[in-house]
Ligand binder design. Sequence first.
Ligand code: ZN
Length: 497
Amino acid sequence: MQQKLNLYNTLTRKKEEFEPLHAPFVGMYVCGPTVYGEPHLGHARSAVTFDVLYRYLKYLGYTVRYVRNVTDVGHLENDADEGEDKIQKRAKLEHLEPMEVVQHYTNIYHEELRKLNVLPPDIEPRASGHIIEQIEMIQEILKNGLAYEVNGSVYFDVPAYNKGHHYGKLSGRNIDDLLSNTRATEGQEEKRSPLDFALWKKASPQHIMRWPSPWSEGFPGWHLECSAMSRKYLGITFDIHGGGLDLMFPHHECEIAQSQASDSHTDAAKYWVHNNMITVNGQKMGKSLGNFINLSELFSGNHAMLEEKYSPMTIRFFILQAHYRSTLDFSNEALQAARKGYTKLMNGLRVLAKLSTAVEDAGTPDAQLNEELLKLSEDCFRGMNDDLNTARTIAALFNLLKKINSLYLGQLPMAAITRGTFDTIRSTYTQLVLDVLGLQEEPSGDVEEMLELVLGFYKEAKETKAYDKVDHIRAELKKQGIVIKDLKTGIDWAYEE
Ligand code: ZN
């Protein structure tokens, strides 16, 4: 089957066939976290969405360079140009160096994403490590007459830029509407227009995170790091720029403006891709609203909104069973349904492994059944190719699984399908579930408890003098590196030394 991926491009507001600029290479940049707190479910959605895109592009044969940044400086409170740096504020509260805060929460972010089986990006640049590149970009924008300096700070001149460009092209806003809806706020007197945004801010005496620049000792504006770092690692135009829908405006709009106003003169990326939000009772889940649930809380069940704990793969399946552009409403019922769905897909893997020994080369193929199975197999990819519709793909996998289970239960004859058909459905199923959707087996049950159960059978066999059973249990456990100890005090087990 011809596999052509179509992606919804926010920039053109339509689904487009994905054509890389320099096939087989694909450059993808995704806005990562601001590391001043634990990752929550909203962070997981973005990470899982672009992980699946990364995995699928690789599955399609592309050589992908995936860059996902860590924001460790410049992100001020309320996402505005005034107020305290989010990380510096945290550092003060916890009596830590800002970089200690950054490292601490970066480690947690990595750890939680690893549990969700999210692959690490190829490059993970930090804003604070790219101050020179950001200063260079500001110099280009100043030279091109689209920024101005006031008291050691530099601002992007949105009205001047809008004369030759369209500020709002990504988010579909226009500057007049924006102006009538934006009030000049306190402490923003340096800006010529309330729409202007900071490229460089002069640091106040008490500000800790500061670097020298041609204008003042200070720090870069939040939007600038992504423009400078994506250009450094992926070039002036690259294939995909991703992020959460809440970043579309102003963050990504400003990224495009910066790129156009610099010597790049491009929209930075060909395809701009945005994942939708997690909602709680229809309201966006977010730190500012206080209705968020951290991943560690989901995994432990330790949160007032949780009826029980949910495993990382349950969370991953929960995210994947909705299309990334739809909102995804949190509820315990939805998570419980996700656990069932995930378990079903995992059981399917086991059934396929058992069936693979039952394929008959000398069977009597049923053409209609073979055709039906191949069609169901193709359907699974149709979902992926239609704007990464994992919801459709999972539904198609379940349809395929129904047939696989019928073959397993003998309701459909294994002798009626060819080895070629079986290999196709098996590779479709296993590759999509494991490699593309990134689901993996999670150990279920407690090993020690299961061993206690076996020891119970062992004890019973000894008491009834069923010595063949006794020997059998001993031998089987030994294969697993476990030895049974008949002690005076009772029966125990130990790892074989
Ligand atoms: Zn960004």
